[in-house]
Write a protein that binds this ligand. Structure first.
Ligand SMILES: C[C@H](O)[C@@H](O)[C@@H](O)[C@H](O)C(=O)O
Ligand SMILES: [Mg+2]
Length: 445
C-alpha cells in the first residue's frame, strides 16, 4: 500500500441551485448556491483505490478555487503514498509553504480552501487503504503518530508537541467506552434547517413543528438583517420549541461590534445559548468585547466557519473571545489543522461545536467531532454538532441521523465521495441541471 503512487488529480466545479428556495440564506449570503470544488485522486493501486475530497463554496467563485487546486496539483502528482503519510507534517508544509504560492495566502483564503480539498482527498484515501472510516483511523492512531501530522509552526506558544501528546495520552483512558457509547447513541446534533433567513414565518413554523416531532431539541435561527423581523421570528420559534429547548442565533458577520452588543441585548429575552459570527470573522478583539458584554446574560459567542487558520483560533482562545469553537472541515487545512484546533480548544477548556451543513460539511465533520469526543475532550458538556438537511442524497455514504444524533459512519473513508451521476449533472456550467436552468432563463428574457 505504501508504495502506491498518486497518478492523477481531477477537480470539478459542482454547484447545486439551492438559492431558488432560499436554502442556506442568511444576513450576508442571501442567495447561496451550495457548491464544491471536488477533487478526485487516482493512484496506481491494483484495486483502483481513489481518494475524494472537497471544499465548500457558495456558487460564484468556485471556478477560482478550482484554479487554485490546479496550481497545487504538481505538488501532489507522482508522490508515493507512504512518503505522504509517514511525514504528513512535511506534506502539509509542502502545500502551505510553497515559496511562491504562499504569497497568495499564507494559509488563508482561496489557496487554503484548495489545500483543504486536496488534503481531505488524501485523508479519504488513507482511511480507505486502512479499510476504516476516518474517525476510527484517527481514534486508533497512537498519540505520537497523530501529533506527527500537525504543523506546529506559529502555535507553540500555546501548544507544544509534548503538550499535544500529553492531552492525547490522558484521553486514552475510557476511550473504548466512549467509542461504544457513540456507536450506540451517536453524537448530539442541532438543526439549522428550520430557520434560514429567506424562509417565511409559515414555512419556519411548519419546519420547527416537524423537527420537534422528529426529536430535535436544539435549533439555530438566522438573524441580523432587520431587528423587528428578528424579534418576531425568535418569539415565534421560542413559542414553538418551548422554554426548555435550546436556541442559538447566527448573524453571519452582519454587525459592527457596538451594534452587535445592542442588537443581541434586544434578543436576550429569547434566551439564546450563543450569538454566532456577530461581526467580522477577523476581529478577534471585537469578539472579545462582545463576549465580555454578553457574559452576564449567559449568552456566549461562537465563531469559526470563516476563521482562516489555527493562528486565528489560537488568538480567539487567548483573548477569551469565544465560548464555542466552530471548526470547519473544509476551511482549515483538513484533518491536520483541525486536530491542532481541537487540542488548543481542549487546553483552553472551550467546547467545540463544529460548523456543518453546506454540501458535504456534515458528512466530513462528523468524523472530526467523533474523534474529539473519543480521543481528545471526552466530554459532551455544552457540545453539539450542526446538522442541515440538504444535499445528502448526492453522497455515496450520506450521514445517518437518529433521534437528533449523528450515528458514526461505518464505510471506509472520509464520507467525501459523491455519486458520479450527481457530479456529472450538477457540474457547472455544462451539467444537465445548469444547461436546463440556463435555457429556462433565456426563455424568460
Ligand atoms: C451561507 C451558509 O448557508 C451559512 O449561512 C451557514 O453556513 C451558516 O452560517 C451556518 O452556521 O450553518
Ligand atoms: Mg453560521
Amino acid at each position: 500500500m505504501l508504495d502506491v503512487k498518486i497518478t492523477k488529480l481531477t477537480v470539478s466545479d459542482v454547484r447545486f441551485p439551492t438559492s431558488f428556495e432560499h436554502h442556506g440564506s442568511d444576513a450576508m449570503h442571501s442567495d447561496p448556491d451550495y457548491s464544491a470544488a471536488y477533487v478526485v485522486l487516482e493512484t496506481d493501486a491494483e484495486n483502483g483505490f481513489k481518494g475524494y475530497g472537497l471544499t465548500f463554496t457558495l456558487g460564484r467563485g468556485t471556478e477560482i478555487v478550482v484554479c487554485a487546486v490546479k496550481a497545487l496539483t504538481p505538488l501532489v502528482l507522482g508522490k508515493r503514498f507512504g512518503d505522504i503519510v509517514n511525514d504528513f507534517r512535511g506534506f502539509y508544509r509542502l502545500l502551505t509553504s510553497d515559496g511562491q504560492m504562499r504569497w497568495i495566502g499564507p494559509e488563508k483564503g482561496v489557496i487554503h480552501l484548495a489545500t483543504s480539498a486536496v488534503l481531505n482527498a488524501v485523508w479519504d484515501l488513507w482511511a480507505k487503504m486502512e479499510c476504516k472510516p476516518l474517525w476510527k483511523l484517527l481514534v486508533d492512531m497512537q498519540p505520537e503518530q497523530l501529533v506527527s501530522c500537525i504543523d506546529f509552526r506559529y502555535i507553540t506558544d500555546v501548544l507544544t508537541e509534548k503538550e499535544a501528546v500529553d492531552i492525547l495520552r490522558k484521553a486514552q483512558s475510557g476511550k473504548e467506552q466512549r467509542e461504544e457509547q457513540m456507536l450506540k447513541n451517536g453524537y448530539p446534533a442541532y438543526t439549522t434547517s428550520c430557520a434560514w433567513l429567506g424562509y417565511s414565518d409559515d414555512h419556519l413554523r411548519k419546519l420547527c413543528v416537524k423537527a420537534l416531532e422528529e426529536g430535535w431539541t436544539r435549533f439555530k435561527v438566522k438573524v441580523g438583517a432587520d431587528l423587528q423581523d428578528d424579534i418576531r421570528r425568535c418569539k415565534l420559534i421560542r413559542e414553538i420549541i418551548g422554554p426548555n429547548n435550546t436556541l442559538m442565533i447566527d448573524a453571519n458577520q452582519r454587525w459592527n461590534v457596538d451594534e452587535a452588543i445592542k442588537w443581541v441585548l434586544s434578543l436576550a429575552e429569547f434566551k439564546p445559548l450563543w450569538i454566532e459570527e456577530p461581526t467580522s470573522p477577523d476581529d478577534i478583539l471585537g469578539h472579545a468585547t462582545i463576549s465580555k458584554a454578553l457574559a452576564h446574560l449567559g449568552i456566549g459567542v461562537a465563531t469559526g466557519e470563516q476563521c482562516h487558520n489555527k493562528v486565528m483560533f489560537k488568538q480567539l482562545l487567548q483573548a477569551k473571545a469565544v465560548q464555542f469553537v466552530q471548526i470547519d472541515s473544509c476551511r482549515l487545512g483538513s484533518v491536520n489543522e483541525n486536530i491542532s484546533v481541537l487540542l488548543m480548544a481542549n487546553k483552553f477548556k472551550v467546547p467545540v461545536c463544529p460548523h456543518a451543513g453546506g454540501v458535504g460539511l456534515c458528512e466530513l465533520v462528523q468524523h472530526l467531532i467523533l474523534f474529539d469526543y473519543i480521543t481528545v475532550s471526552g466530554s459532551l458538556e455544552n457540545r453539539m454538532c450542526e446538522y442541515v438537511d440538504h444535499l445528502h442524497e448526492h453522497f455515496k455514504s450520506p450521514v445517518i441521523i437518529k433521534d437528533a444524533h449523528y450515528i458514526p459512519p461505518q464505510d471506509a473513508g472520509y464520507s467525501t465521495e459523491m455519486k458520479e451521476d450527481s457530479v456529472k449533472k450538477y457540474q457547472f456550467p455544462d451539467g444537465e441541471i445548469w444547461q436546463e436552468l440556463s435555457s429556462q432563463m433565456k426563455c424568460l428574457t
